[in-house]
Design a protein around this ligand. Structure first.
Ligand code: SF4
Ligand code: MG
Length: 277
């Protein structure tokens, strides 16, 4: 097993970076997640053509364009169903779904529940900045109720979505949280998530410096979990409740091999004949 080096050589990381330059705002947390992903892929030791990164829509969902792996920048909230189909059809690929809190927990919330339940063997990395960045700062499902903004004066008053708690309740086998300011720590979590046999969820606290500049202070709040991972979902949720800025693996269940499916047919002529019949 290749460990995450404290400083992965830039040349090695560049092998996974495409020529497309990120258009994220200077200082956006997502740069740290991009760095973490490339470091994780280096540690896994698999070439870029054996990896597929699938996203929905939003600032964070631009990420597949910045990698040399296979990528799909899809439809809002639909990264998980596409990634599920891809993994079932091409189980030999490492499939990583990525996105943001708005994409994944609002319009994509239903898919999140069922991806956890179906236990498809993939990692899902959500860059959570508690806001819709691309659409100019609307409150998202994870925004705190009293966040005052031009889009929601006085706050929404809504109880925020609990991503780790929902993942635990819906049956995810691996549940973790990282911080984009610690790319090596996030890379380690992503490697563990990809190696876990079953659906693995990693929330990454990733500040939106433009619409939520106060999130720059998260670097003072995050801390590694002292306990964990728990082997029981209820105990893991107690850790989530008591450590809203805790990082590390909260829950690791028994690996569950993915349900077996019939081998897909790649014979387009046969598919067309069946369709016409
Ligand atoms: Fe990042 Fe926010 Fe800028 Fe989007 S709007 S690129 S999330 S800082
Ligand atoms: Mg967001």
């Amino acid at each position: 097993m290749n460990e995450i080096a404290p400083h992965v050589p830039a040349a090695a990381a560049e092998n996974f970076r495409s020529e497309v330059k990120p258009i994220w705002c200077p200082g956006c947390g997502h740069y740290g997640v991009l760095a973490a992903l490339t470091r994780a892929f280096i540690a896994l030791g698999r070439p870029s053509h054996e990896i597929a990164v699938v996203s929905g829509i939003g600032c964070s969902s631009r990420l597949p364009a910045y990698l040399t792996s296979y990528g799909f920048h899809g439809v809002h909230g639909r990264a998980l169903p596409f990634a599920t189909g891809l993994k079932v059809a091409r189980p030999e690929l490492e499939v990583v779904a990525i996105g943001g809190d708005g994409d994944g927990f609002s319009i994509g919330g239903n898919h999140f529940l069922h991806a956890c339940r179906r236990n498809v063997d993939m990692a899902y990395v959500v860059m959570d900045n508690e806001v819709y960045g691309m659409t100019k700062g609307q409150p998202s499902p994870t925004t705190e109720p009293d966040w005052d903004s031009p889009m929601a004066p006085g706050g929404t008053g809504f109880r925020p979505f609990d991503p780790l708690g929902v993942a635990l309740a819906a049956g995810a086998g691996f549940v973790a949280r990282g911080f984009s300011g610690d790319p090596n720590g996030v890379a380690r979590l992503i490697v563990e998530a990809i190696r876990f046999e079953g659906f693995a969820f990693v929330e990454v606290l990733s500040p939106c410096v433009t619409f939520r500049p106060e999130e720059k202070e998260w670097k003072h709040a995050v801390h590694p979990l002292e306990a964990g991972p728990a082997s029981d979902p209820a105990a893991a949720h107690a850790l989530v409740v008591h450590h809203p800025f805790g990082t590390g693996v909260f829950y690791r269940g028994t690996p569950q091999p993915m349900a077996k499916h019939a081998a897909p047919s790649a014979d387009l002529a046969a598919i067309e004949r069946d369709f016409v019949r």
